[in-house]
Design a protein around this ligand. Sequence first.
Ligand code: SF4
Length: 333
Amino acid sequence: MDAISYERAGDIAGAVRAVQQPGAVFIGGGTNLLDLMKGGVTRPVRLIDITHIRGLDTITTLPDGGIRIGALVRNSDAANHALVREQYPLLSQAFLAGASAQLRNMATVGGNLLQRTRCGYFYDTAFTQCNKRTPGSGCAALDGHNRTHAILGASAQCIAVNPSDMSVALAALDAVVRVSGPAGERTIAFADFHRLPGDRPELDTTLQPGELITAVDLPPALFSARSHYLKVRDRASYAFALVSVAAALQMDGERVKTARIALGGVAHKPWRASAAEQMLDGRPLTQATLRDAAAAALRDARPQHDNRFKVQLAQRAIVRAVNQAAGRAGGVA
Ligand code: SF4
């Protein structure tokens, strides 16, 4: 059994200092970290408990009309907060699509940003080939079971997907991640927070050593009237997405003024479907245009041997989610 020491941080500066000790990691809700520790995937020697730091568990309005969600806000509290429900229903839906009620009650917003892939080979240490767990060891998923793996943005080193629902909505909403670290505070645009695997699949994010996520900022709500989070999965609850779509629209009559589309379950990071957005912006929302946009979103897809179905599934999910966002509940999919 590994010996693990525990330390409770009283403030952000203390937490940042403490985590610079060898083998130290932050623990918040612990819903992913404890699984990783029990399976021997992660072996920290020091846990820095950040849950008692004051001021990180609130949701507040910002001077520009946006909102700030503290990193320690529990997923269920964020999903049910009036500001989130009324102004960012896309985000509320995404929270509620994730995990189970019990896990949402424990998991924090900051922890959700950092949850690791659910690739089975990553979690099962009996498989020695996993570049994400052991850099340079190979990737068992390439020739193994890869039905749930990436179809966009993968590399020969890793084909894992990011499992977060919340992050797909945050990508569509152009959130900003606030962090504090040894070099001070900084903000990270959401598109730059999670990484593609490239040749460093062990790195999920662009966080620097010792940096603590303190909050997520959302810009003023533009899409509260028209948005939809669609999650396609193997069972109705407590399952990760095969494909998910966060769709948000601003309409000018029948014409799309602005479209935001992000995909989950398809890549190592929440995947912003920029090509599809560009095809919709400024055009009447016809089913033909929407299908063309969905096809453009998947144009660069490179499926694995078990997950070719995901390409068409993602296209159909985009069509359905955008139709739902536009208030066309029976939209073609
Ligand atoms: Fe590991 Fe990534 Fe390959 Fe899964 S896909 S076995 S996480 S390297």
